[in-house]
Design a protein around this ligand. Structure first.
Ligand SMILES: [Ca+2]
Length: 310
């Protein structure tokens, strides 16, 4: 097997030394074991190129939405719900996350498990740890987590495949999320997000629950755009929450919900189509979806796709 990191220079990469130190000192690996594993990682320029050109960031909302809210994905989502109803209902009961939302995430991430990524996760995370300085610290932690994850779950690290950023399985979990939030939802003794659709469903439910999902609570409210406090600096910044104010934010669907005395943090959102600009506030449940993928486009696409399944 050809490899990048077998050469002496690569094993002296400062990042490699840090990764090895952490795994040896904190997690009982031997230096030889690590060398044997990471030494077989292959650098792939395509991975770096993909990181450097995330097309979605320059897309309009119209274009982004059309990619996900389309007849085939809607039809297959409905089929997915039919075929996995019992598991989805069990996840909904346990974590409070509606089956439509879990299914929409699976649809957006991988077309319900059809496209789970073709890069070896070991290659992706090694390439990004050693040859992508901008996010090297982040991906080094993921590489460490990959070694731990595969040891804990008895998975073959040389066979695991995923996205160019090292996300795996039906729900595209990165190794740290896999270790922290994935659950064995089919009770077969292993957490397998690549082969068990039940584990994948339960894990997405648990992920959103652990990130603040509240059952029977709205995800977004459409609002009039005229209120004060729709601060331009905060609009569409999923990291900037503001306190909801029922007096100024006047939700259009107020009939559905009692806003009086509501004290909660929300996101300010606007979505531009070729016809109009629509304004929303995103609740804690919308915020939970942005923890899955830090993008207001992403979370709204999940919401909109979920609506198609109702
Ligand atoms: Ca399992």
């Amino acid at each position: 097997m050809s490899s990048l990191h077998l050469s002496g220079y690569d094993f002296e990469h400062p990042k490699y030394e840090l990764i090895q130190k952490a795994l040896v000192e904190e997690h009982n690996f031997t230096a030889e074991e690590i060398k044997l594993i990471i030494g077989q990682a292959e650098k792939q320029q395509k991975i770096i190129d993909s990181m450097n050109s995330p097309a979605e960031f320059t897309w309009t909302w119209d274009r982004y939405r059309k990619l996900f809210i389309e007849p085939k994905r809607i039809k297959n989502g409905k089929l997915f719900i039919e075929n996995n109803l019992e598991t989805l209902q069990r996840a909904e009961a346990q974590f409070g996350v509606p089956k439509e939302v879990i299914t929409a995430i699976l649809g957006v991430e991988t077309r319900y498990g059809k496209i789970m990524g073709s890069y070896r996760v070991l290659d992706a995370l090694s390439t990004l740890s050693f040859d992508y300085p901008r996010r090297s610290n982040f991906f080094s932690q993921e590489l460490i987590n990959l070694l731990l994850l595969t040891r804990e779950n008895n998975l073959d690290i040389f066979k695991l495949k995923g996205s160019y950023a090292g996300a795996m399985g039906y729900g595209q979990f990165i190794p740290s999320s896999y270790r922290a939030y994935a659950v064995d939802f089919d009770n077969d003794g292993s957490v397998d997000l690549l082969n068990s659709v039940e584990d994948a469903i339960g894990s997405i439910g648990n992920y959103l629950f652990q990130h603040g999902w509240k059952s029977n609570y709205p995800i977004i409210w459409e609002v009039n755009n005229s209120f004060e406090g729709f601060n331009a600096d905060f609009v569409n910044n999923v990291r900037k929450k503001v306190n909801f104010d029922s007096k100024t934010m006047s939700p259009k669907n107020a009939i559905d919900f009692n806003f009086e005395g509501l004290n909660t943090d929300v996101l300010l959102l606007s979505y531009e189509t070729n016809k109009s600009t629509n304004y929303f506030v995103g609740t804690r449940n919308f915020i939970a979806i942005t923890k899955y993928n830090v993008s207001h486009f992403y979370a709204k696409a999940v919401y909109d796709l979920a609506q198609e399944f109702l």
